[in-house]
Design a binder for this molecule. Sequence first.
Ligand code: ZN
Ligand code: ZN
Ligand code: FE
Length: 765
Amino acid sequence: MVVKRFRVKFFGIVQGVGFRPFIYREACSIDLKGFVKNVSDCVIVEIEGSQEKIELFLKRVRSNSPPLSKIEKIEKEEIFINNDKNFQILNSVKTLESKIHIPPDIATCKECLNELFDEKDRRYFYPFINCTNCGPRFTIIKDIPYDRKNTSMDVFNMCETCSNEYKNPLDRRFHAEPIACHRCGPEIKLISNKGTEIVSWKQKSTKSGVVKEIINKVIKLLKQGDIIAIKGLGGFHLAVDATNFNAVKKLRSRKSRNFKAFALMVKDIEKIKKIAFIDKREEEILLSPQSPIVLLKKRKNEIIAKNIAPGLDNYGIMVPYTPLHHLIFSNLDYLVMTSGNFSDEPICIKNREVFERLANIADYFLVHNREILVRCDDSICAVYNETPVIFRRARGFAPSPIKLSKKYNTVLALGGYLKNTVCVLKDNFAFLGPHCGDLETPLSRNFFYENIALMQRITETEPDIIAVDMNPAYYSTRFAFDNFKHKKIVKVQHHHAHIVSCISENHISEKVIGIALDGTGYGTDGTVWGGEILIADEKDFKRAGYIKNFLLMGGDISVYEIWRIAVSLLIESFQDKWLIFAEKLNIFPEKIKNREIFYKIWQNKINSINTSSAGRLFDAIAAVLLNKKYVEYEAEAAINLEAFSTFKDFKILPYKIENNIIDFILTFKSVVERVVNGEDRNFLARSFHFTVIDAFVKVAKNIREINGLNKVVLSGGCFQNRILLENFFNLLKKEDFEVFYHLKVPCNDGGISLGQAVIAANKVK
Ligand code: ZN
Ligand code: ZN
Ligand code: FE
């Protein structure tokens, strides 16, 4: 037999994903010699044996590589034989990426799932089964490096069997840090909101028997309409039967959440198909190791309670992703699984915390004693334009870094006020922390501090440059000036941050035309911006165009009382005849009696601010077309308006552009007149969307003519709107623009910390 030796380099996602033990197992299984090791940009394998075996090895590696890995390129060269006696995993050169690599939490893999339901397996019905390919990671870490002693699993001593698996390179659980079993690992408990334990561990003969009894009880309680707080990976969920209208209603009233959609957990793809439309791409994302919530178009059905996602054309759906979920879903199909919190507070993670905070919401608590150390909500994705996009980046994604095109100074960016995230920029990586929510309550502010400390700890940095939003009223901005006085604080304009966030993840280095459409952001002139066209690069920007200002009467209140925006635009459109139209459209809430006074308020701008916000413009149109007066959360009306725009045809409504400033008053006026004339409201809603796109494309063309710029970047929360994103993209493409949008980072304020960090790094040299 002729012995050969090859050096093979594997590029792609091959580090920190169980790739080396996998190579080891494959090589040993066919008796090949050599070694495997990580180097900075790839995994190197030297393999020695017969040509036949080496080819078999390479074939197997390609087809069986671990679920989290992705081989992008293989380089192979023949080298001299070395007569190795065995195959070894060599210690790796520590690279920045591998050193601070903390893998995200991963959904239960197929193999673990088979064992979970295999009566003969020693982990039969064990709710914490995991292996190198799946299980908790980020949410159980205390410190780096990611070793068992640095996780909340350190309090559990491995039994001998687990320990042997952990030490054996041939085992699927080789160095699976959270490894555990019935004998040595965490346990579940079911407790009523009065504090009584429902099933006791004491008298039972087998542990799997107790788990079974608890799970059966849980299923029974859910089926009879009870609300159960279930401890998951990154926090508690509140679970309730999604097919039971009254149970969902009870949850809404106790959680003080009347309209905002609840996420669903559905047993499998078959069951999803009964309630929603789903294509191949969406299915892939649902079943991916990250297992996020995916927004899927509703199918008309009699299964899901009507109060799950009122006024929306989609459901947010995920599949079971922990062993505990799988056990519960062994005899259930559809559950609401919403974050375990009251109103907008952050998700609960500690057992004690949950008993205090959710005692008035949940009837029962399904808890366990594996501590969650990092709060991490479910991530939210969708497929737009046939590509996956992400709207909330948390479980499964955080804290994986976003790779950038070049190296930067180290920066800590504190994000915005809504949908806050923090970001640490280090070398050519942006480490984006998990979604933290709106910084409105003391609890969410605590979460914000936790995130700052955590991201600095795991990246081993204490940056001297701190990036914040320009808005002096933002909590994150005030926090920086109170706590980082001795550091260099860089204030960044909100929409510039949006655009640069998108520039960075797309590795663009030149100037672009940035279209930023969102709710509100503080402008350099002190007004509220939100419908902007910027000429921008990583360092600076120029405001090249925008939506012509209109008046927000009552200032911030109008975000939730959207009828006020409609009144303001009615006055501007119809002057002294405004009230006739306001009454015809029934714009005012019942309780507002003195209506004429609004003209005075408008004229004198009492307690009002000017804005160019696209989000608020959508609110005003929604107030007219949907007869909506109040919203519960920002952008609710715009989301409803999108769902309402079902008409196939549309027409471009009138608008005016002067010096690249777009005046949509004519558009608003036209919508109102047409509604009064009885035109179809669906048609008008869709027409409005396309009118906005038409106007912005025109301005982009004007800018290209003068500046020669051809790359257009789309960012801002409005691009969560499918009609806007897809058609902005298509219509700009049609005009031969190169168009970029967000793929890895949210287009909403969850993404601005990345832009802030990059801009600050460019400003301070
Ligand atoms: Zn597994
Ligand atoms: Zn064990
Ligand atoms: Fe924004």
